[in-house]
Design a protein around this ligand. Structure first.
Ligand code: NI
Length: 196
């Protein structure tokens, strides 16, 4: 297992389309293990293989909701809710950048596991957001393509304070409201931004 280099904004590989995985072998397992180490070190919520320079349909998602790490190979979104949530997210390939993005509140993803078995994965809230964000990477799309408003570090802190003052709950039904209540309420936290 090893920590791999995360490619950053401006690297043309982030715009390329990833290819399907056909071989569920040692090479894939090493990639998955390395991606987990890389994600853990970066304290992120999700990572796509393209972000470590591998153009394969592989993503991992590790949201702090008790369900643990999910490895999704050849994933496709097969269902998404009409209900949406607009929240602030970030990306390990865009350190220090934050943006409000509208995402479905719930999605169902069909994907293979590391043994090649097809499984269904349901995601709600942050996990749904994370599935959408990571699957976008496989098509060469990044969150800034969909962003409604970008936030600097300062603006994000201000938004968090404002939301706390209004005492809005994270389950806010108003999809026009931009959710952000604490720094970790974003994808793929930049390590420098996770002190609180
Ligand atoms: Ni990302």
């Amino acid at each position: 297992m090893a920590i791999r280099n995360i490619v950053k904004e401006g690297d043309p590989i982030l715009r390329k389309t990833s290819r399907p995985v056909f071989k569920f072998d040692e090479k894939l397992w090493t990639l998955l293990d390395d991606m987990k180490d890389t994600l853990d070190k970066a304290q992120g919520a999700g990572l796509a293989a393209v972000q470590v320079g591998v153009l394969r349909n592989v993503v991992i998602v590790d949201v702090d909701d008790g369900k643990g790490l999910m490895e999704l190979i050849n994933p496709k979104i097969i269902e998404k809710s009409k209900e949406t949530i607009t929240a602030v997210e970030g990306c390990l390939s865009f350190p220090g950048k934050w943006g409000a993005v509208k995402r479905p509140a719930t999605v169902v993803v069909r994907a293979q596991n590391r043994e090649g078995k097809w499984c269904l994965y349901k995601g709600e809230g942050l996990r749904a957001r994370c599935f959408c964000h990571e699957l976008d990477h496989l098509k060469g799309h990044v969150f800034t393509d969909y962003v409604l408003k970008m936030y600097s570090e300062e603006e994000l802190n201000q938004l968090i304070e404002d939301n706390k003052r209004r005492e809005l709950s994270i389950q806010s039904e108003n999809s026009d409201q931009v959710e952000a209540f604490e720094k970790p309420n974003v994808l793929e936290n930049n390590p420098e931004n996770t002190e609180n």
